[in-house]
Design a binder for this molecule. Structure first.
Ligand code: UDP
Length: 347
Protein backbone atom coordinates (compact mmCIF):
# COMPACT_ATOMS: atom_id res chain seq x y z
CA UNK A 1 0.00 0.00 0.00
CA UNK A 2 1.03 3.62 -0.60
CA UNK A 3 1.38 4.17 3.14
CA UNK A 4 4.29 1.67 3.38
CA UNK A 5 6.32 3.73 0.92
CA UNK A 6 5.33 7.10 2.31
CA UNK A 7 7.85 9.03 4.37
CA UNK A 8 6.00 11.82 6.19
CA UNK A 9 7.26 15.31 5.60
CA UNK A 10 8.51 16.29 9.06
CA UNK A 11 10.08 19.52 7.91
CA UNK A 12 9.12 22.99 9.05
CA UNK A 13 9.35 26.33 7.30
CA UNK A 14 7.26 25.33 4.28
CA UNK A 15 9.98 22.92 3.07
CA UNK A 16 7.34 20.25 2.41
CA UNK A 17 6.38 22.34 -0.64
CA UNK A 18 9.93 23.11 -1.79
CA UNK A 19 9.84 20.74 -4.77
CA UNK A 20 6.94 22.70 -6.28
CA UNK A 21 9.00 25.90 -6.41
CA UNK A 22 11.85 24.01 -8.08
CA UNK A 23 9.48 22.38 -10.56
CA UNK A 24 7.67 25.60 -11.51
CA UNK A 25 10.87 27.64 -11.88
CA UNK A 26 12.66 24.91 -13.81
CA UNK A 27 11.63 26.22 -17.27
CA UNK A 28 13.30 29.53 -16.32
CA UNK A 29 16.64 28.10 -15.18
CA UNK A 30 18.48 29.84 -18.02
CA UNK A 31 17.32 33.13 -16.61
CA UNK A 32 14.37 35.49 -16.85
CA UNK A 33 15.22 38.04 -19.48
CA UNK A 34 13.48 41.32 -20.20
CA UNK A 35 12.04 39.63 -23.29
CA UNK A 36 10.45 36.82 -21.23
CA UNK A 37 9.08 39.36 -18.76
CA UNK A 38 7.58 41.38 -21.62
CA UNK A 39 5.82 38.26 -22.89
CA UNK A 40 4.28 37.75 -19.42
CA UNK A 41 3.35 41.43 -19.06
CA UNK A 42 -0.07 41.28 -20.77
CA UNK A 43 -1.19 38.22 -18.79
CA UNK A 44 -1.66 39.79 -15.38
CA UNK A 45 -0.93 42.60 -12.94
CA UNK A 46 2.56 44.02 -12.65
CA UNK A 47 4.18 44.17 -9.21
CA UNK A 48 7.58 45.42 -8.15
CA UNK A 49 9.43 45.19 -4.88
CA UNK A 50 11.98 47.99 -4.62
CA UNK A 51 14.05 48.61 -1.50
CA UNK A 52 11.69 46.41 0.49
CA UNK A 53 8.55 48.32 -0.58
CA UNK A 54 5.69 46.89 -2.62
CA UNK A 55 4.39 48.57 -5.82
CA UNK A 56 1.58 47.63 -8.22
CA UNK A 57 0.19 48.96 -11.45
CA UNK A 58 -2.81 51.15 -10.71
CA UNK A 59 -5.49 49.00 -12.28
CA UNK A 60 -6.28 45.63 -10.79
CA UNK A 61 -9.03 43.66 -12.51
CA UNK A 62 -10.16 41.97 -9.27
CA UNK A 63 -9.35 44.40 -6.41
CA UNK A 64 -10.28 41.93 -3.62
CA UNK A 65 -8.01 39.30 -5.17
CA UNK A 66 -5.13 41.75 -5.43
CA UNK A 67 -5.74 42.71 -1.79
CA UNK A 68 -5.60 39.03 -0.77
CA UNK A 69 -2.27 38.62 -2.56
CA UNK A 70 -0.90 41.92 -1.24
CA UNK A 71 -1.50 40.91 2.36
CA UNK A 72 1.30 38.36 1.91
CA UNK A 73 3.46 40.37 -0.49
CA UNK A 74 3.49 43.30 1.93
CA UNK A 75 4.64 41.01 4.72
CA UNK A 76 7.53 39.47 2.77
CA UNK A 77 8.65 42.55 0.78
CA UNK A 78 11.05 43.98 3.42
CA UNK A 79 13.14 40.79 3.23
CA UNK A 80 13.40 40.64 -0.56
CA UNK A 81 15.80 42.07 -3.12
CA UNK A 82 14.53 44.32 -5.92
CA UNK A 83 12.37 42.36 -8.33
CA UNK A 84 9.34 42.52 -10.62
CA UNK A 85 6.78 39.88 -11.53
CA UNK A 86 3.34 39.39 -13.09
CA UNK A 87 0.43 38.09 -11.01
CA UNK A 88 -2.53 36.61 -12.86
CA UNK A 89 -5.68 36.95 -10.72
CA UNK A 90 -7.98 35.25 -13.21
CA UNK A 91 -9.56 31.88 -12.38
CA UNK A 92 -7.45 30.05 -14.92
CA UNK A 93 -3.73 29.87 -15.86
CA UNK A 94 -2.30 31.56 -18.95
CA UNK A 95 0.64 29.86 -20.64
CA UNK A 96 -0.17 26.40 -22.01
CA UNK A 97 2.74 24.60 -23.68
CA UNK A 98 0.42 21.88 -24.96
CA UNK A 99 -1.30 24.62 -27.02
CA UNK A 100 2.04 25.88 -28.28
CA UNK A 101 2.29 29.01 -26.10
CA UNK A 102 5.82 30.33 -25.66
CA UNK A 103 7.01 30.18 -22.10
CA UNK A 104 6.50 33.31 -20.01
CA UNK A 105 6.81 33.66 -16.24
CA UNK A 106 3.23 34.35 -15.12
CA UNK A 107 2.24 33.70 -11.51
CA UNK A 108 -1.14 31.87 -11.27
CA UNK A 109 -2.86 30.26 -8.31
CA UNK A 110 -3.69 26.98 -10.07
CA UNK A 111 -2.62 25.04 -13.14
CA UNK A 112 -2.13 21.59 -14.64
CA UNK A 113 1.23 20.27 -15.76
CA UNK A 114 0.46 21.55 -19.26
CA UNK A 115 1.19 25.11 -18.15
CA UNK A 116 4.37 27.18 -17.73
CA UNK A 117 2.63 29.28 -15.06
CA UNK A 118 4.31 29.53 -11.67
CA UNK A 119 1.96 28.65 -8.81
CA UNK A 120 1.49 31.09 -5.93
CA UNK A 121 -0.71 30.76 -2.81
CA UNK A 122 -4.22 31.87 -3.82
CA UNK A 123 -5.55 35.25 -2.67
CA UNK A 124 -8.32 33.44 -0.77
CA UNK A 125 -5.87 32.38 1.96
CA UNK A 126 -6.53 35.92 3.15
CA UNK A 127 -9.44 37.44 1.16
CA UNK A 128 -11.12 37.69 -2.22
CA UNK A 129 -12.44 34.13 -2.52
CA UNK A 130 -15.85 33.51 -4.13
CA UNK A 131 -18.67 35.35 -2.37
CA UNK A 132 -21.48 33.01 -1.37
CA UNK A 133 -24.38 33.80 0.98
CA UNK A 134 -22.48 32.35 3.97
CA UNK A 135 -19.34 34.31 3.16
CA UNK A 136 -20.78 37.47 1.56
CA UNK A 137 -17.44 39.29 1.45
CA UNK A 138 -15.77 36.24 -0.12
CA UNK A 139 -14.08 33.15 1.25
CA UNK A 140 -10.84 34.06 2.98
CA UNK A 141 -9.09 34.10 6.35
CA UNK A 142 -7.70 30.59 6.23
CA UNK A 143 -6.10 31.31 9.61
CA UNK A 144 -9.57 31.72 11.15
CA UNK A 145 -11.09 28.81 9.23
CA UNK A 146 -8.37 26.53 10.54
CA UNK A 147 -9.56 27.25 14.07
CA UNK A 148 -13.32 27.22 13.50
CA UNK A 149 -13.41 24.11 11.29
CA UNK A 150 -11.08 22.09 13.52
CA UNK A 151 -13.28 23.06 16.51
CA UNK A 152 -16.28 21.71 14.58
CA UNK A 153 -14.26 18.51 14.01
CA UNK A 154 -13.80 18.19 17.77
CA UNK A 155 -17.55 18.36 18.16
CA UNK A 156 -18.25 15.87 15.35
CA UNK A 157 -15.81 13.14 16.38
CA UNK A 158 -15.47 10.13 14.06
CA UNK A 159 -18.07 8.02 15.89
CA UNK A 160 -20.60 10.83 15.83
CA UNK A 161 -20.25 11.55 12.11
CA UNK A 162 -23.03 10.39 9.78
CA UNK A 163 -21.85 7.63 7.41
CA UNK A 164 -22.83 9.69 4.41
CA UNK A 165 -20.81 11.15 1.55
CA UNK A 166 -21.41 14.89 1.33
CA UNK A 167 -20.98 17.63 -1.26
CA UNK A 168 -22.38 21.13 -1.69
CA UNK A 169 -21.31 23.39 -4.48
CA UNK A 170 -22.31 24.84 -7.81
CA UNK A 171 -22.00 23.20 -11.21
CA UNK A 172 -18.70 24.83 -12.15
CA UNK A 173 -17.77 21.52 -13.72
CA UNK A 174 -19.85 18.67 -15.12
CA UNK A 175 -17.51 16.15 -13.52
CA UNK A 176 -19.59 16.72 -10.40
CA UNK A 177 -22.76 15.32 -12.01
CA UNK A 178 -22.00 11.64 -11.26
CA UNK A 179 -22.08 12.25 -7.50
CA UNK A 180 -25.23 14.41 -7.71
CA UNK A 181 -26.97 11.63 -9.65
CA UNK A 182 -25.82 9.01 -7.13
CA UNK A 183 -27.26 11.18 -4.35
CA UNK A 184 -30.59 11.27 -6.15
CA UNK A 185 -30.71 7.48 -6.58
CA UNK A 186 -29.16 6.60 -3.20
CA UNK A 187 -29.90 9.39 -0.72
CA UNK A 188 -28.99 7.24 2.31
CA UNK A 189 -25.43 6.88 1.02
CA UNK A 190 -24.80 10.31 -0.53
CA UNK A 191 -26.07 13.82 0.14
CA UNK A 192 -24.76 15.85 -2.81
CA UNK A 193 -26.63 18.83 -4.21
CA UNK A 194 -25.94 21.74 -6.49
CA UNK A 195 -26.14 25.28 -5.15
CA UNK A 196 -26.54 28.47 -7.19
CA UNK A 197 -23.63 30.54 -8.30
CA UNK A 198 -23.66 33.97 -9.93
CA UNK A 199 -24.09 32.43 -13.38
CA UNK A 200 -27.27 30.51 -12.36
CA UNK A 201 -30.25 31.17 -14.67
CA UNK A 202 -32.62 28.24 -14.25
CA UNK A 203 -32.89 24.72 -12.78
CA UNK A 204 -30.99 23.48 -15.83
CA UNK A 205 -27.87 24.95 -14.21
CA UNK A 206 -28.43 22.78 -11.14
CA UNK A 207 -29.00 19.62 -13.20
CA UNK A 208 -32.79 20.05 -13.34
CA UNK A 209 -33.39 20.40 -9.62
CA UNK A 210 -34.01 23.51 -7.54
CA UNK A 211 -30.79 24.88 -6.07
CA UNK A 212 -29.92 23.71 -2.55
CA UNK A 213 -29.02 26.10 0.26
CA UNK A 214 -25.38 26.59 0.98
CA UNK A 215 -23.69 24.74 3.83
CA UNK A 216 -20.78 26.16 5.84
CA UNK A 217 -17.42 24.40 6.00
CA UNK A 218 -18.00 23.77 9.73
CA UNK A 219 -21.27 21.97 9.00
CA UNK A 220 -19.45 19.64 6.59
CA UNK A 221 -17.79 18.05 9.65
CA UNK A 222 -21.04 16.22 10.44
CA UNK A 223 -20.34 13.81 7.58
CA UNK A 224 -17.76 11.03 7.39
CA UNK A 225 -16.97 11.28 3.67
CA UNK A 226 -16.39 14.60 1.91
CA UNK A 227 -15.97 15.03 -1.85
CA UNK A 228 -13.70 17.49 -3.61
CA UNK A 229 -13.87 18.33 -7.31
CA UNK A 230 -12.04 20.73 -9.56
CA UNK A 231 -14.11 23.71 -10.69
CA UNK A 232 -12.86 26.03 -13.43
CA UNK A 233 -9.39 25.31 -11.99
CA UNK A 234 -8.62 23.83 -8.56
CA UNK A 235 -11.38 24.46 -6.00
CA UNK A 236 -10.67 26.39 -2.80
CA UNK A 237 -12.82 23.77 -1.05
CA UNK A 238 -10.07 21.11 -0.87
CA UNK A 239 -7.93 22.38 2.02
CA UNK A 240 -10.96 23.13 4.20
CA UNK A 241 -12.35 19.58 3.92
CA UNK A 242 -9.29 18.06 5.63
CA UNK A 243 -9.86 20.17 8.74
CA UNK A 244 -13.08 18.24 9.51
CA UNK A 245 -11.09 15.03 10.15
CA UNK A 246 -13.49 13.38 7.71
CA UNK A 247 -12.27 11.17 4.86
CA UNK A 248 -11.63 13.27 1.75
CA UNK A 249 -12.43 11.82 -1.69
CA UNK A 250 -10.51 13.84 -4.27
CA UNK A 251 -11.81 13.51 -7.82
CA UNK A 252 -9.22 14.06 -10.59
CA UNK A 253 -5.58 14.93 -10.06
CA UNK A 254 -4.68 17.34 -12.86
CA UNK A 255 -5.62 20.69 -11.38
CA UNK A 256 -3.22 21.81 -8.68
CA UNK A 257 -2.57 24.49 -6.12
CA UNK A 258 0.92 24.83 -4.67
CA UNK A 259 0.24 22.56 -1.68
CA UNK A 260 -1.45 19.67 -3.56
CA UNK A 261 1.75 17.74 -4.44
CA UNK A 262 2.62 17.42 -0.73
CA UNK A 263 -0.58 15.42 -0.25
CA UNK A 264 -0.49 11.77 -1.32
CA UNK A 265 -3.32 9.58 -2.65
CA UNK A 266 -4.32 6.77 -0.26
CA UNK A 267 -2.14 8.36 2.43
CA UNK A 268 -4.06 11.60 2.97
CA UNK A 269 -7.11 11.18 0.72
CA UNK A 270 -8.91 8.72 -1.56
CA UNK A 271 -8.27 9.40 -5.26
CA UNK A 272 -11.23 9.00 -7.63
CA UNK A 273 -11.11 9.12 -11.41
CA UNK A 274 -12.94 12.08 -12.94
CA UNK A 275 -14.59 9.66 -15.37
CA UNK A 276 -15.92 7.39 -12.57
CA UNK A 277 -19.65 6.83 -12.94
CA UNK A 278 -22.08 6.65 -10.02
CA UNK A 279 -21.61 2.85 -9.61
CA UNK A 280 -17.86 3.11 -9.21
CA UNK A 281 -18.12 5.97 -6.73
CA UNK A 282 -20.66 3.93 -4.77
CA UNK A 283 -18.19 1.01 -4.50
CA UNK A 284 -15.50 3.27 -3.04
CA UNK A 285 -17.84 4.69 -0.41
CA UNK A 286 -19.09 1.22 0.51
CA UNK A 287 -15.53 -0.08 0.76
CA UNK A 288 -14.70 2.58 3.33
CA UNK A 289 -17.95 1.96 5.23
CA UNK A 290 -16.75 -1.64 5.62
CA UNK A 291 -13.16 -0.60 6.44
CA UNK A 292 -13.89 2.06 8.99
CA UNK A 293 -10.55 2.06 10.81
CA UNK A 294 -8.66 2.48 7.53
CA UNK A 295 -10.97 5.37 6.65
CA UNK A 296 -10.26 7.04 9.99
CA UNK A 297 -6.49 6.55 9.61
CA UNK A 298 -6.44 8.29 6.22
CA UNK A 299 -8.74 11.04 7.50
CA UNK A 300 -6.53 11.69 10.56
CA UNK A 301 -3.36 11.71 8.48
CA UNK A 302 -4.91 14.14 5.99
CA UNK A 303 -5.96 16.47 8.80
CA UNK A 304 -2.54 16.33 10.46
CA UNK A 305 -0.70 17.10 7.23
CA UNK A 306 -2.79 20.18 6.48
CA UNK A 307 -2.72 21.28 10.12
CA UNK A 308 1.07 20.99 10.34
CA UNK A 309 2.13 22.10 6.87
CA UNK A 310 -0.47 24.57 5.67
CA UNK A 311 -0.42 27.26 8.32
CA UNK A 312 -0.65 30.96 7.55
CA UNK A 313 3.09 31.05 8.31
CA UNK A 314 3.68 28.38 5.63
CA UNK A 315 1.81 30.51 3.10
CA UNK A 316 3.99 33.53 3.88
CA UNK A 317 7.08 31.36 3.85
CA UNK A 318 6.16 29.93 0.44
CA UNK A 319 5.76 33.41 -1.06
CA UNK A 320 9.11 34.48 0.41
CA UNK A 321 11.02 31.45 -0.88
CA UNK A 322 9.32 31.58 -4.28
CA UNK A 323 10.14 35.25 -4.81
CA UNK A 324 13.71 34.86 -3.52
CA UNK A 325 14.38 32.07 -6.01
CA UNK A 326 12.60 33.97 -8.79
CA UNK A 327 14.68 37.10 -8.07
CA UNK A 328 17.89 35.09 -8.50
CA UNK A 329 16.81 34.18 -12.04
CA UNK A 330 16.19 37.76 -13.20
CA UNK A 331 18.92 38.69 -15.68
CA UNK A 332 18.29 42.41 -16.11
CA UNK A 333 18.37 45.42 -13.80
CA UNK A 334 15.00 46.05 -12.25
CA UNK A 335 14.40 49.80 -12.23
CA UNK A 336 11.51 51.39 -10.40
CA UNK A 337 8.56 51.82 -12.75
CA UNK A 338 7.15 55.34 -12.23
CA UNK A 339 3.67 54.26 -13.36
CA UNK A 340 3.22 51.90 -10.41
CA UNK A 341 1.59 52.92 -7.14
CA UNK A 342 2.94 52.11 -3.71
CA UNK A 343 0.89 49.55 -1.80
CA UNK A 344 0.83 50.18 1.91
CA UNK A 345 -0.31 47.15 3.88
CA UNK A 346 -2.06 47.84 7.17
CA UNK A 347 -0.57 45.52 9.78
N1 UDP B 1 -19.15 26.49 -0.74
C1 UDP B 1 -19.52 26.26 0.57
N2 UDP B 1 -20.77 25.81 0.82
C2 UDP B 1 -21.68 25.59 -0.16
C3 UDP B 1 -21.30 25.83 -1.50
C4 UDP B 1 -20.01 26.28 -1.76
O1 UDP B 1 -18.73 26.45 1.50
O2 UDP B 1 -22.81 25.17 0.15
C5 UDP B 1 -17.78 26.96 -1.02
C6 UDP B 1 -16.98 25.85 -1.69
O3 UDP B 1 -16.42 24.99 -0.76
C7 UDP B 1 -15.98 26.60 -2.50
C8 UDP B 1 -16.72 27.90 -2.87
O4 UDP B 1 -17.82 28.00 -1.97
O5 UDP B 1 -14.84 26.90 -1.75
C9 UDP B 1 -17.22 27.90 -4.28
O6 UDP B 1 -17.85 26.67 -4.53
P1 UDP B 1 -18.41 26.28 -5.95
O7 UDP B 1 -18.80 24.85 -5.91
O8 UDP B 1 -19.47 27.25 -6.36
O9 UDP B 1 -17.21 26.52 -6.95
P2 UDP B 1 -15.76 25.87 -7.02
O10 UDP B 1 -14.83 26.97 -6.61
O11 UDP B 1 -15.69 24.69 -6.12
O12 UDP B 1 -15.62 25.50 -8.45
Amino acid sequence: MAINKYIPCEKTNCSCHKAVIEHDLNPYQDGITKELFTLARSKGTKYQIIKGELYREKECHFPARCAGVEHYLGAVAPKLPNLEFIVNTRDWPQVNHAWGNRKAPVFSFSKTNDYYDIMYPAWSFWEGGPAISLYPTGIGRWDKHRVSISSAADKWTWDKKEEIAFFRGSRTNEERDALILLSRSDPDLVDAKYTKNQAWKSDADTLYAPPASEVSFEEHCKYKYLFNYRGVAASFRFKHLFLCKSLVFHVGNSWLEFFYPSLRPWVHYVPISPTAKADEIKKYIEFFKENDSLAKEIADRGFQHIWDHLTDKDVKCYWRKLLKKYALLIKYDVNKDKDLIRIDIKK
